[in-house]
Design a protein around this ligand. Sequence first.
Ligand SMILES: [Mg+2]
Length: 275
Amino acid sequence: MRPTVKKPKRLCSAVRSHHFLYQLPEELQRRLIATKSTTYTSAYLDQVNKTSLTLDSDAKRKKQLLILDLNGTLLSRTNRRGGMYVRPHLDSFLDYIFTHFRVMVWSSAQKTSVKHMMKFFTAQQISQMVLTWDRSNFGLSKKDFNNKAATIKDLNKVWQKKGLHYFDASNTVILDDSPSKCVLQPFNSIHLPTFDHRDPQFLQHGDQALLSVMEYLERIERQTNIPNFVRKVPFSWTIPLKSNSVDRMSRYYSFKGVDEPLECDFAVPQPTSRI
Ligand SMILES: [Mg+2]
């Protein structure tokens, strides 16, 4: 499954220096990120170079911080922006991450949209959330904020936040379908293919990306220096070989009202009103 390349409409001042990255196919972006040091600082590179140890599975350790993107990563919004479909295997994924990680959301959407897109979290999960950040947490100018300028998630902003000083590059990982948003700390990020419920490949084969992420996170959990491990063992995902109905099971959430979500099997065509 090939990730979708997203082209931002325009760039805010914070990301203008990385403009060249947006012109390139995503695979090339990945290679550039892996080989050029111009997108991140030498202090970050020093951290990446510190050897990561693998702890025993039963070793006592503090939970690491997992930052979640929403749209394209855990869900797919419908065309009319009136609802969303969640990615297959979301429930198992959420059960796992809230047990093993401190969890935070950081979306580049505006606050109201983020509230809508977080409908699938349980009340307990919401109460466990370390932070919920939206477009207002990028330090954008008013113009860039309103004009949908492209954004970069600079993890330094999180690490500098009061109460979160325990977290740093060694113990933070971000899950995002857009590599361009993570160019400042590229080895602290896991990039999975963009989930789009209209994608013919998804409709034919289903989606197991969250299962692959869980397997990878099980390895991350035991690392003492995440970026060193991620550089050595990059995340990879698998396309389901056989169509399995579980890989096409989703739920539809309407953003309007308080209706219960609807179970959806994408092996069966969905009502056009909800696409
Ligand atoms: Mg996204």
